[in-house]
Design a protein around this ligand. Sequence first.
Ligand SMILES: O=C(O)C(=O)C[C@]1(C(=O)O)C=C[C@@H](O)C=C1
Length: 298
Amino acid sequence: MTTIPFSLTSFSPPPPLFSSVFLTSSPPNPIPEVLTLPSPQSPTKLQSMANGVTLESLRLSLIRQEDTIIFSLIERARFPTNSPTYNESYVPTPTFSCSLVHSVVKETEALQAKAGRYANPEEHPFFPDNLPPSVVPPYNFTEVLHPPAASININKDIWDMYFKKLLQLFAAPGDDGNYASTAASDLVCLQALSRRIHYGKLVAEVKFRESSEEYEPAIRAKDRDALMKLLTFESVEEAVKKRVAKKAMVFGQEVTLNNDDKKEKYKVDPSVVSRLYGDWIMPLTKLVQVEYLLRRLD
Ligand SMILES: O=C(O)C(=O)C[C@]1(C(=O)O)C=C[C@@H](O)C=C1
């Protein structure tokens, strides 16, 4: 059990997935989706692709993931709150012994596990216990992280953040009966948030590789505050908050063929998106980074 000293609770770790390949600096090209790179035939090429991971390339991936997250929120905002989706007594049959959303996420994850989703170390299940094995041929994902990374899964925190704090900020109150679609939209949001937040493992690996002499004393001293200070870039965080608010305005505006576009009315409130990043996504990404770094010398 990984104990995460955060405001929310800890989560059972999944089994180890992969072993480490160390990174070097000065790559030729930014490679955004680092963990989904195919392992090429030639080991030389494999090495150069792994070497392509830099802080800059990871930041480009995080910027692209902003689009996915904002679109997923816009899709969820099509539906009102639809509270029966979250009510454990809504389905009073043995089929679902929990809420509809819990069942939809858990059963979808079981199906996606069989289809190989969690063989990719970018993916983290919300219900990792008793997942069925993959039935698809194994794929050689590029191995980038230090092996203990596999024990870090903060999806319980992400789940609580999403349902207890975030949802009420952007879903309008009401009930239109579309509970299954609502749960499916929640799953898409959760998976996008989880992927983004757990990217902190990669960001931490690159930061460690670039400045190991700065990080090692803090890791050995298990000094969380010092690690947090080392890995924080306030100017980057400010830019992220501004950019996601702007994207929410652009992606979420009403578009008409007349010149009377109501630009002040957005499908998801840009200030909520900015707050989501400032209060939860970036702090959780930094928490993942600290957890990763604490295990980096194990
Ligand atoms: O870009 C980085 O350096 C990151 O670590 C990512 C991130 C983020 O979550 O967006 C987190 C911490 C930094 O303070 C800035 C941004």
